[in-house]
Structures are given as C-alpha cells and as structure tokens.
Design a protein around this ligand. Structure first.
Ligand code: 13P
Length: 250
C-alpha cells in the first residue's frame, strides 16, 4: 500500500448479474462500513440504477463497466458516462482488457472515455496490462508504459482517477504474478505517473487485478504501491468480496 492513500477494493461483475444478484449488493451493504478503505461494485449497465438504490446510505459505491466517449447521440446500444451518473454510478471502468480485445479499443479511445467519465463527475478506473506473450518477451513494462502514456489524459488527478494493473494472463485463470513481479510493475507505474503528473501521480491509487481471491488478497494488498484490487469472479458473491476486503482492513 501507499502511505497516506486510502485503498479501494472494487468489483467488476462483467457480463454477469440479473435482479437476483441484487441480494449480493445488499449483503455487501449490510457489512460494517470500513473507514480505512473504500468499496465499489461495478455492475452491468442494466443493474446500475437498482444497485445504486440498494447501496444508497451505505458506504458501498456503484459503478459502470464502460462508457461511450460522447454525452449522447446516434450510438445504438452504447451508454454514456452521463447516463451512468444519472443512474447513480460514481465511477466507471475504462479500457478493461476485455474491451480492448473484444472491441478493439485503442489507448486514444480509452483516454476519451476517461475524459467522458470526468465530464460526468465519475471516477475513471483506467486499466492497463500486458499479455503473456508480451511478458515472456520481456516487454511487460514497455507495453504498460505505452498504455499509460496513451490512455491517461493530461488532466488526470488522483481524486478523479484510479489505475488498475491487470495482467491479461492473470484474468480469470487462477494465475497470479509473483509478489516480486507485482511489486516491480506497480513501482514502475508509480514512477511513470509521478514523473508525468507530480504529486497527483504520487497519490493516485494503483489497483492490482487478476485472480484476486480471499486466500491471496492480504498478501497482494501488502505489496508496496498496491492500493487495493479490481476483483472479477470473486466479486460476484458478497461472502468472497467481503473476505477480500478483510485482507485490506485486517
Ligand atoms: P478475475 O478476478 O476474475 O481474474 O478478473 C479480474 C478482472 O478482470 C477485473 O476487472
């Protein structure tokens, strides 16, 4: 963790969840509110408003998983940051590797989405991460460095932005980099954003994502410059999500 920085445990439900899943939101909200870290669940757009209603009055924040860069217009099927904010979201994930892969999103498009998030008053969670081939070729830092340079707009502040480092090969696979490799990448990200953004870069939260589970969360969260996690599969069940939160607050 980073001294003086309030950690964040964020869930990403991906394309999972229907009305029945709102019981999990309720269960997270019913847990005692933490004061030492923040919690967020990013849910499908169809659930944002209902989840936000459930979370109203609790410490849990609700977010979206993607947004369009424009405020409104002829973009069938897309959802704008303003729409997410209107539905009760306070954050949105942009540039998740699944969006980059499935929809060919470029760094420039991710940066435009981050600016859209800020325009709507949302925190932008900007995702970066290398593939297995890139890591094995020794290119992990240069790939992530390029993503950081292109995906983070100049107006970034630590209050409006979170960076999530998610090695693509660790997502949904049960594989996790060694603590040394996580520490090295998070130190590289910290150095890169500190050089570019000064104090804002020094204070920004850098989350680790990729196969975080109740059993490994405490070890991962103890790594320097790991300021919380972005949790996929294990965020779908409140009992697992809360156990992961225990890894930070414990
Ligand atoms: P898993 O926790 O399921 O590996 O997913 C991580 C992720 O992609 C979060 O955005």
């Amino acid at each position: 963790m980073t001294p003086g920085v309030k950690p964040l445990v964020a869930g990403n439900w991906k394309m999972n969840g229907t009305a029945a899943s709102l019981a999990e939101v309720e269960a997270v909200c019913a847990a005692p509110a933490a004061t030492t870290f923040e919690t967020l669940l990013c849910v499908p757009a169809t659930l944002v408003e209902r989840a936000a209603r459930k979370a109203d009055g609790s410490a849990l924040m609700i977010g979206g998983e993607d947004c369009h860069a424009k405020e409104s217009g002829a973009h069938t099927g897309d959802v704008s940051a303003e729409m997410l904010a209107d539905a009760g979201a306070s954050a949105v994930i942009v540039g998740h590797s699944e969006r980059r892969t499935d929809h060919g999103e470029t760094d420039g498009e991710v940066a435009a989405k981050a600016e859209a998030a800020w325009r709507a008053g949302l925190t932008a969670i900007i995702c970066v991460g290398e593939t297995r081939e890139e890591r094995e070729a020794g290119d992990a830092e240069s790939v992530v460095g390029t993503q950081l340079a292109g995906s983070i707009p100049d107006a970034m502040t630590a209050a409006t932005t979170v960076i999530a480092y998610e090695p693509v090969w660790a997502i949904g696979t049960g594989l996790v980099p060694s603590s040394e490799d996580i520490a090295a990448m998070h130190a590289f990200i910290r150095k890169t954003v500190s050089e570019r953004f000064g104090d804002e870069g020094a204070a920004i939260r850098i989350l680790y994502g990729g196969s975080v589970k109740p059993g490994n969360a405490a070890e991962i969260f103890a790594i320097p410059n790991v300021d919380g996690g972005l949790i996929g599969g294990a965020s779908l069940k409140a009992v697992d999500f809360l156990a992961i939160c225990d890894g930070i607050g414990g």
